[in-house]
Design a protein around this ligand. Structure first.
Ligand code: ATP
Ligand code: MG
Length: 455
């Protein structure tokens, strides 16, 4: 029976159905209407359609579902005829993206795969009509469940629900084979250990062994895919225990510089309460604090992350170990240069000191308590009267000094800007008085201070 507004049942699966847990039924009641429309259309054409993958897993876990993916029995060409505005986003693997409201839904034709020759991607994909076979090719039991939308029932041939209850990650079928087929599954496995506020899951014994024996398989995975998963792990709530396990199992060594099994101090730093509010990139910078910048640069480059991400990490790394002086002037410069990152920088310095991590660039003698004091004074630092923008421009300086455009003019402008920030100057008249007191005609302009941190 279908309730009003619900799609009529589509093609039935070739495996037995079970009842949905009550939280999943509640979730199904509130499915977005485009999902119901898509399901109705497929049913009209005699096809089968199931919600699969992460959406089913997250609905069962009671988590917010971010995107809904479908498995369908109709072939991609047929799907594109039924949904003329769909986009063939991964047609060779049977995936088309269906428009629904202002969102896209990925629908992938049921398939079987064979011969992962290179540990990356299946050599051949065959369209099928068997949901059972389609679920068999998936990585972990919690990702191998399906929901029949029209009948409001589930298919869970690999007992993913039971594993959710036990808090256990288990491979579909033989763990060793599953992992050897596609090295990326190694990182996916560690990512799924982190269950956010519900804590950290465990691997079942067979999977745990398979991961350790196959860690080297990660070398066959493209760096872009590694970085996508690694960043998700780094952003996870329980990053410290997950990364600790990756280090212990020899997984980190495959894409992070150095030897990680013995790096307990660096990894323990990830469990510092401040780290909770740091993003994944900042956490990665922290892990790399003791590495030389050249090593950091090379390893980030190898991971093929975006230039923006790389620059962010390298900037953090380059500042490790540097602190502003406790003076008002120094704190003002520090805040003006780092802006919204100033507080985080001091917190990172506290984490480094609390965990006796020695940045490769060296650091001063200040203790964690000294840095706490700086953090407090940053908090109490009054806003500048005129913000961080320079009160005068090059033209203004040229008129008063007779300097022509060039290096010296630029450096004098930077020097005045620094003094403006240090002394919290209120207007151009005050800048003029300061200019009159500078011996800029006598000194080498390359020695003039700039607005920068570290100095
Ligand atoms: P996320 O919450 O990050 O989207 P997900 O499990 O949904 O996690 P997707 O990449 O969206 O990840 O993949 C959807 C589904 O496809 C997975 O749940 C799983 O069933 C299957 N899958 C994805 N990647 C692999 C893989 N490397 N090997 C086997 N199955 C995979
Ligand atoms: Mg997904």
């Amino acid at each position: 029976m279908t309730s009003e507004g619900w799609p009529k049942p589509a093609l039935q699966a070739d495996i037995p159905a079970i009842e949905c847990p009550s939280n999943v039924l509640d979730w199904l009641e509130n499915l977005p209407s485009p999902v119901l429309d898509i399901a109705s259309k497929i049913a009209d054409y005699g096809g089968g359609i199931w919600i699969v993958g992460g959406a089913v897993r997250d609905a069962c876990l009671g988590l917010k579902v971010h995107d809904i993916d479908f498995a369908v029995s109709l072939e991609p060409q047929h799907m594109m005829e039924i949904f003329p505005d769909s986009i063939p986003t991964g047609i060779e693997y049977g995936t088309v993206s269906l428009r629904g409201g202002n969102q896209f839904y990925e629908a992938t034709t049921l398939r079987t795969e064979s011969d992962y020759e290179d540990g990356r991607r299946p050599e051949q994909v065959h369209w099928g009509v068997s949901l059972s076979e389609d679920l068999e090719r998936r990585d972990f039991t919690i990702n191998a469940m399906a929901i029949d939308i029209g009948r409001k029932v589930m298919h869970d041939p690999h007992h993913g629900l039971q594993d959710i209850e036990r808090g256990m990650l288990r491979a579909v079928g033989q763990a060793y084979r599953r992992i050897a087929e596609d090295g990326l599954r190694i990182l996916r496995a560690y990512r799924f250990l982190d269950r956010g506020s519900a804590g950290v899951w465990q691997f079942d014994f067979e999977l745990s062994e398979a991961l350790r024996q196959n860690a080297h398989m990660l070398k066959a995975v493209t760096h872009e895919r590694i970085w996508m998963e690694w960043l998700k792990i780094l952003n996870g709530r329980n990053v410290a225990p997950v990364v600790e396990k990756m280090a212990h199992d020899g997984v980190l060594d495959c894409f992070m510089p150095g030897e990680w099994r013995s790096q307990h101090l660096r990894i323990a730093a990830l469990s510092h309460p401040y780290v909770h509010d740091f993003d994944g990139l900042t956490r990665l910078a922290l892990l790399l604090a003791e590495c030389f910048s050249i090593e950091v640069e090379e390893s980030l480059q190898a991971l093929k992350m975006s230039k923006k991400e790389r620059t962010y990490i390298l900037d953090l790394h380059g500042r490790f170990g540097s602190l502003p002086k406790a003076s008002l002037a120094s704190m003002r410069v520090f805040r003006a240069v780092l802006e919204q990152h100033a507080e985080q920088h001091l917190k990172l310095e506290i984490v480094l000191r609390n965990h006796t991590i020695r940045p490769s660039m060296g650091s001063g003698k200040e203790s964690a308590d000294d840095v706490y004091a700086l953090l407090e004074s940053l908090d109490e630092l009054a806003p500048l009267k005129n913000g961080n923008q320079s009160l005068v421009d090059g033209h203004w300086i040229m008129q008063r000094t007779g300097l022509a455009k060039g290096r010296a003019l630029g450096r004098l402008k930077a020097w005045l800007h620094r003094l403006q920030i240090e002394r919290d100057l209120a207007d151009a008249n005050e800048v003029e008085s300061v200019l009159c007191s500078l011996h800029w005609t006598e000194e080498n302009h390359l020695d003039w201070p700039k607005l920068q941190f570290p100095d």
